[in-house]
Write a protein that binds this ligand. Structure first.
Ligand SMILES: [Zn+2]
Length: 139
């Protein structure tokens, strides 16, 4: 985690804002940075809570839950309009797996041979619990 919350005053002294920026722009930038830092902290706390709940519910899946949390934090879980999710592959950055809910299924190989939900299904479940936090960025 970056120590963003403690640095705005110092960054300002460092001359980060060019002479072209008005004092108003500088203040607006600081406000945005402060709000983003607060949102990040709230998202990290919420994710820690969601991970804790998941490990409590499925202790045997703890390593997979950790990997799923990484996918959520990387904003690599894409809710689709039909209620399914596309979840990025951790081994192949160009690949994604389709996750369906109710019951949770995933098309990856691991989901076919292992007991319990795979990391992609876990990541989709955790994304639902995160609400609007860690939404993917659509370019
Ligand atoms: Zn999967």
């Amino acid at each position: 985690m970056q120590n963003v919350a403690h640095s705005p005053a110092r960054r300002n002294e460092g001359g980060r804002y060019s002479a072209r920026s008005t004092w108003y722009d500088a203040i607006a930038q600081e406000q945005i940075a402060r709000i983003e830092a607060m949102e990040t902290q709230a998202a990290v706390s919420k994710l820690a809570q969601v991970v804790g709940d998941a490990v409590t519910a499925l202790p045997e899946a703890a390593p997979r839950i950790t990997k799923a949390a990484t996918l959520v934090q990387a904003r690599d879980v894409w809710p689709m309009t039909d209620g399914t999710f596309l979840v990025g592959s951790q081994s192949d950055t160009d690949a994604a797996y389709l996750v369906r809910r109710g019951p949770w299924t995933c098309e990856c190989k691991a989901a076919q041979y292992q007991a319990g939900p795979c990391k992609h299904a876990l990541a989709a479940m955790m994304t639902v619990k995160m609400g609007t936090m860690y939404q993917p960025i659509y370019n």
